[in-house]
Ligand binder design. Structure first.
Ligand code: GAL
Length: 810
């Protein structure tokens, strides 16, 4: 099991470190600006002559539904979720985010095609359109794609008029009750206009593997597909470059589509050291350069071994992973590289090394970032096969489309070194079928054929059936959703000799909200529609983190976990699916704004042993609860600590095997609240005091503190800065109960984009320049323009001095 790679055609603005010679080669143009959009159906909107003047001007990627309004009647679902062990139908309000994603919408734009040769090939590549899109060029229907998460491309050469303006129209049709989370709506990923010579290097047609790796040399195998498989007299020239553009290996093949190159002293790709190489492939026809592609790849070896699980480059590695849905919180699903990069930076802070793209293929830019920043990725395809979960879900398309969707994902993505496994499904109800394993074999075989270098997995929840009916045994790598107690039995019964937690925990919490008295339990509801941040509340099918870890720590054959989820996401507001208002999830380690919840420190204390973690909860502002019991927890990777309340010791707690919680957290359950401070002193193995952490009762809100994730931005009209705003007292302590109304104003070379406070019950619209603080905090997002210069974000709140931060765009 070896390899890595990814193919990119040359974007015309890209600077190349190799000589492009004289000939015209592939042009890949993003169609971003100048789109018109309208909701509703328009029978003649495909026609070039259609008048779209009254439509909204938008930029693509675009998510039409994120602008709201939130409404409990949007996609209301009166359903029984059997997966959640529900016995009767209830009225689910925020299941898809309570946002208006349903219905028909149209997009239109004009484009001209730069001619590069006589008879050149023109195509349109859509990275993803949500959903059921039909594409028209100059009024002619050129194709249709139902699944909103797939990339697809069509040759449009016969339909275009060269040198003139062409009309591209896209009809989108989102059915209600088609999703279990917020899917977004419209052309939410990039659209590429690609122009190539008639004979060319096929889109997604390069496949690079590294079948043999030693310290001295890696064998790099390249298979290249040409647009015309019968063409004769071609020559392929290959160069392998490092990140600085230095030539490391080269070769050429005459009339052959495959070559092996020797890459000397290869640097291996890993999460800690994500070294990438670039393969430049040049196609010559009769000695004329006709096409050129750049393909990023990595050299790495992945294996699963009996008893020990996953190995990367001969090192046993445990997945410290998270599941991610595709929305970007307040930005909705419209992809944005800065927002995705920020998510990955935050996951690195956590010590996370792996991501499962639940439950669908992701944007290609996301995988580029995972290659570059170093994450192990499981790319997943489907949430449904033949048997459905949702009335209008993917089961309606499975028979006709599954092979096409799976093929497009693999052909597009099999060169990414970050991808370590393909997942063919999540909790598909077909697990219960006697014949379900045949679908496993069908899909798994497609994967093996298109990519013999990677194993295939699926996330299973119906373990008892799947263990009996050959479903689990048929998978290359069995993935378990929320079943730590069944790892032992499964290990004995299954032939593979390893397994992993494809989904774990599903612990629920709202950042900074603590409910007293502290109770551990499942499906707990509080009158404020929030879940307690003591991290002891979970679902009837799930666990708290500690209960999963206790099993992982005694099963070397378990390869680690993918926590549900890294970030809160829009929709699926369990345990408040049938409570209103509530429109986003409570599962995240980070909230919807990307602010860490307490759980961040619990995971970090385990996942990032190289950094000390010492975190105290709850806050210490319990006005009116003086003299009452307020338990204090400490999340730390130190073995013991002593708690002091206003200087008085509450005793030393040591991690112990008494139960799963005392094993991983330090807890003082009998603390009596009095205003002042709580402070922990952490002790190392030898009992030496090595670190302290203190929380002080905050006074009244005094000013606003602004902190940007980045202050140097790119003036490209899409770079973003995420500014965290905290309401603090005179001494700078966060006011943990502050809900001040924050008003945003951006001046200079940028604009206000959105804000979010992480409150799952908030119905304030993200794109309006106003948001209440939640537990004392909120995040505002500033977008650059194409003009260079300073950008200032001004935040005002009644009675407080204005907060200002200055950013710069270059
Ligand atoms: C799983 C499912 C996820 C999500 C999660 C919530 O069963 O695969 O998509 O619904 O439960 O706990």
């Amino acid at each position: 099991m070896i390899k890595g790679i990814k193919t990119i055609v040359i974007v015309i603005v890209a600077s190349l470190s190799v000589n492009l010679a004289q000939a015209q080669i592939t042009k890949d143009i993003l169609l971003e600006d100048g789109w018109k959009f309208s909701k509703g159906d328009f029978p003649t909107a495909a026609k070039a002559t259609f008048n779209d003047k009254g439509w909204q001007s938008v930029r693509v990627p675009h998510d039409w539904a994120i602008y709201g309004p939130f409404d409990e009647n949007n996609d209301i679902q009166i359903v029984k979720i059997t997966q959640n062990n529900e016995q009767k139908e209830t009225r689910k309000t925020g299941r898809t985010g309570a946002l208006p994603y349903m219905g028909i919408g149209w997009y239109r734009t004009k484009f001209t095609v730069p001619a590069i040769s006589a008879g050149d090939e023109v195509s349109l590549l859509f990275d993803g359109v949500m959903s059921n899109s039909t594409i028209f060029v100059n009024g002619k229907e050129i194709g249709h794609w139902p699944y909103g998460y797939s990339s697809f491309h069509f040759n449009i050469s016969p339909y275009i008029i060269k040198g003139k303006s062409n009309t591209l129209s896209v009809r989108v049709d989102n059915k209600p009750e088609s999703s279990r989370w917020y899917p977004g709506a419209g052309i939410y990923r990039n659209v590429h206009l690609i122009v190539k010579n008639k004979i060319n290097l096929k889109t997604w047609g390069t496949f690079v593997t590294t079948p043999e790796i030693s310290a001295n040399v890696a064998k790099v195998n390249v298979k290249t597909a040409l647009s015309d498989s019968l063409v004769k007299g071609f020559k392929l020239v290959y160069n392998v470059l490092d990140s600085k553009g230095t030539l490391l290996a080269s070769g050429s093949a005459l009339g052959k589509n495959e070559i092996n190159l020797n890459l000397k002293n290869p640097k291996l790709w890993s999460p800690e050291s994500p070294t990438l190489y670039t393969l430049v492939t040049k196609l010559y026809l009769n000695n004329v350069l006709t096409d050129q592609q750049q393909t990023k790849f990595g050299v790495r070896k992945t294996e699963f071994k009996r008893e020990t699980g996953f190995w990367l480059n001969d090192k046993n590695v445990k997945f410290k992973g998270v599941c991610l849905h595709h929305d970007l919180g307040p930005l909705g699903t419209a992809i944005n590289v800065s927002a995705m990069r920020r998510q990955l930076v935050l996951l690195k802070d956590l010590g996370c090394n792996a991501i499962r793209t639940s439950h669908n293929p992701v944007a290609p830019e996301f995988l580029d970032l995972c290659d570059e920043m170093g994450f192990l990725v499981i790319e997943e395809t489907f949430d449904e096969w033949k048997r459905g979960k949702m009335k209008n879900g993917y089961h309606n398309y499975f028979n006709a489309w599954a092979e096409k969707d799976l093929t497009n994902m693999l052909e597009r993505d099999r060169n990414h070194p970050s991808i370590i496994m393909w997942s063919i499904g999540n909790e598909v109800p077909d697990q219960d079928n006697k014949e379900g394993y045949k679908i496993v074999e069908y899909l798994q075989n497609i994967c093996h054929k298109l990519d013999p270098t990677r194993l295939v997995t699926a996330g299973m929840d119906r373990i008892n059936s799947a263990l009996k009916n050959n479903f689990a045994a048929s998978l290359d790598v069995p993935g378990f959703n929320y079943k730590p107690k069944q790892y032992f039995e499964a290990y004995k019964k299954l032939p593979q000799g390893f397994l992993y937690g494809s989904e774990t925990a599903s612990t629920v919490s709202s950042r900074g909200v603590y409910h007293l008295p502290v109770k551990m339990g499942k499906d707990i509801h509080h009158p404020d529609n929030q879940s307690s941040s003591y991290d002891l509340e979970y679902c009837n099918w799930s666990q708290v983190p500690d209960d999963e870890w206790a099993v992982q720590d005694t099963t070397a054959y378990s390869a680690g976990e993918f926590v549900w989820t890294g970030f809160d996401y829009l929709g699926e507001p369990t345990p408040y699916d049938d409570y209103w208002p509530s429109r986003s999830s409570y599962f995240g380690i980070y909230d919807l704004a990307g602010i860490p919840k307490d759980r961040f420190y619990l995971y970090k204390s385990r996942w990032k042993p190289e950094e000390p973690t010492l975190h105290l909860l709850p806050h210490w502002n319990w006005e009116g609860k003086e003299g009452q019991n307020v338990p204090v927890f400490c999340y730390t990777n130190y073995p013991s600590a002593e708690l002091f309340v206003n200087g008085k010791s509450m005793g030393i707690q040591k991690k112990s095997n008494l139960n799963n919680q005392t094993r991983y957290r330090l807890m003082w359950n009998d603390v009596v609240y009095q205003k002042g401070s709580i402070k922990v002193v952490a002790y190392d193995e030898s009992g030496k005091a090595v670190a302290t952490k203190e929380i002080t009762t905050a006074g009244a809100p005094h000013h606003l503190k602004l902190k940007a994730d980045r202050t140097q931005l790119t003036a490209n009209g899409k770079d973003l800065a995420f500014v965290t705003i905290s309401v603090v007292d005179k001494a700078g302590n966060i006011c943990p109960n502050a809900t001040n109304d924050l008003i945003f104003k951006v001046e200079g070379a940028g604009k206000y984009r959105a804000a979010c406070n992480g409150d799952p019950t908030s119905l304030q619209l993200f794109h309006q320049p106003e948001m209440k603080a939640f537990s004392g905090m909120a995040v505002a997002i500033v977008e650059t323009s194409k003009v260079k210069g300073n950008i200032s974000l001004k935040v005002t709140a009644k009675g407080l001095p204005q907060g200002i931060i200055t950013l710069n765009a270059k």
